[in-house]
Design a protein around this ligand. Structure first.
Ligand code: GLV
Length: 321
C-alpha cells in the first residue's frame, strides 16, 4: 500500500506530480493556507508532509498524528515546528538550506537600497502625479556608499549579505553567537558585541534564526542603543524584534527607517507600522524568486522521499536530545 503524504499548499514547479509516482498525495485544494482545523484533518493517516513556515506544527498537532515519520519544511527556518515533540516521536524534520541564500541576500539589499534612497516613497509620489520637475531637495536620502553595515548572525545568508557590501565600499561589522575568524578575514569584517554593533552601524541587517534565545533579541533596551538615524533591515524572523518598541523608535525619528520582510505576529502588522513613511514593508518574500522556490520545493520532496524510502535525508534539522 502506498503511503499517504500531505502537501500543505501548491508549490511552484512539478514537485507534487513527481511525488504521485511513489505516494498517495493529499494536496491543499485551495489557493490559501490551510486553517488549523483543515491541517489537522488533512494530515490524518499521513506518513509524511511537506509544510510551510506558516503551518504551526506544535505538540498538539504532532501528538494527534501518530503515523507521521517526516516533516519536510519548505523553508530554511523551522521555528514553526515543535522539535522536542518531533524528537520524542522519532519524527525526522528537514529544511531547505543553501538554495535560498543568495536570493534572500538580494532582498535584504533591495531593502537597504530602497530605504537609503527612499525608492518606495518617491515611486508613490511620482505615480500620484506630484512630480513637478527636478528639485534640489526632493527626496533627499542617505548615502549607502561608505557607510557601516552591521550584520547580526553571520551564517550563510548573513555572509552573502556581507559579501555584497564590498561593491558599496561599506565598512563591515558583525555579531554572531560564535566568532568566525576565517570569514572575518575573507570579508574584512570586524567582530563586535551586539550592543556595540547597534551603536556603531548605519544599516543593521538581521540574519539569526528564531529560537527561544533570540526572541526579542532587539528589545526596547537594544533598540534604544541603536545609532540615531540608523536603519534596521529584517529578512529573518519577526519575533527577533520588539515590534512595538520599533514602531515607537521610528515614529520618534530616533531611527531613520526600517525595511521589514517579516513581522512579530505575521501576517499582522503592529498598529502604526503601516502608517510610517520611513518603512518599506514586504510580505515575507525573501526567497521568492521562481528559480529558488522551485529548488526549495524539489529539495523538500527529496527529503520527504528519502525518509519514507528508508534513506538518510539530505537536510535533516538537528533535533534536541
Ligand atoms: C523563509 O523565511 C525561510 O525560512 O525559508
Amino acid at each position: 500500500m502506498r503511503e499517504k503524504v500531505l502537501v500543505t499548499r501548491k508549490l511552484p514547479g512539478s514537485m507534487a506530480e513527481g511525488l504521485r509516482s511513489s505516494f498517495e498525495v493529499v494536496l491543499n485544494p485551495h489557493d490559501r493556507n490551510l486553517t488549523r482545523g483543515e491541517l489537522f484533518r488533512m494530515a490524518e493517516g499521513c506518513a509524511g508532509m511537506i509544510s510551510l513556515l506558516s503551518d504551526t506544527l506544535d505538540r498538539e498537532f504532532i501528538e494527534s498524528h501518530p503515523r507521521l515519520k517526516v516533516i519536510a519544511n519548505c523553508a530554511v527556518g523551522y521555528n514553526n515546528i515543535d522539535l522536542h515533540a518531533a524528537a520524542e516521536r522519532g519524527i525526522v524534520v528537514t529544511n531547505t538550506p543553501g538554495v535560498l541564500t543568495e536570493t534572500t541576500a538580494d532582498l535584504a539589499w533591495a531593502l537597504i537600497l530602497a530605504l537609503g534612497r527612499r525608492v518606495v516613497e518617491s515611486d508613490r509620489y511620482t505615480r500620484e502625479g506630484r512630480f513637478g520637475g527636478w528639485a534640489p531637495e526632493l527626496f533627499l536620502g542617505t548615502d549607502i556608499y561608505g557607510k557601516t553595515l552591521g550584520i547580526v548572525g553571520l551564517g550563510r545568508i548573513g555572509a552573502a549579505v556581507a559579501r555584497r557590501a564590498a561593491g558599496f565600499s561599506m565598512k563591515l561589522i558583525y555579531h554572531s553567537r560564535s566568532r568566525k575568524p576565517e570569514l572575518e578575514k575573507a570579508l574584512g569584517a570586524g567582530y563586535r558585541e551586539l550592543d556595540s554593533l547597534l551603536a556603531e552601524a548605519d544599516f543593521i541587517s538581521l540574519h539569526t534564526p528564531l529560537d527561544p534565545g533570540t526572541r526579542h533579541l532587539l528589545d526596547r533596551r537594544r533598540i534604544s542603543l541603536m545609532k540615531p538615524g540608523s536603519f534596521l533591515i529584517n529578512t529573518s524572523r519577526g519575533p527577533l524584534v520588539d515590534e512595538g518598541a520599533l514602531v515607537e523608535a521610528l515614529a520618534s525619528g530616533k531611527l531613520a527607517g526600517a525595511g521589514l520582510d517579516v513581522y512579530e505576529n505575521e501576517p499582522e502588522l503592529h498598529p502604526g507600522l503601516a502608517g510610517l513613511p520611513n518603512t518599506v514593508l514586504l510580505p515575507h518574500i525573501g526567497s521568492a524568486s521562481t528559480e529558488t522556490r522551485v529548488k526549495m520545493a524539489r529539495m523538500a520532496a527529496e527529503n520527504l522521499t528519502a525518509v519514507l524510502t528508508g534513506r538518510t535525508p539530505p537536510n535533516p534539522v538537528p533535533l534536541p536530545e
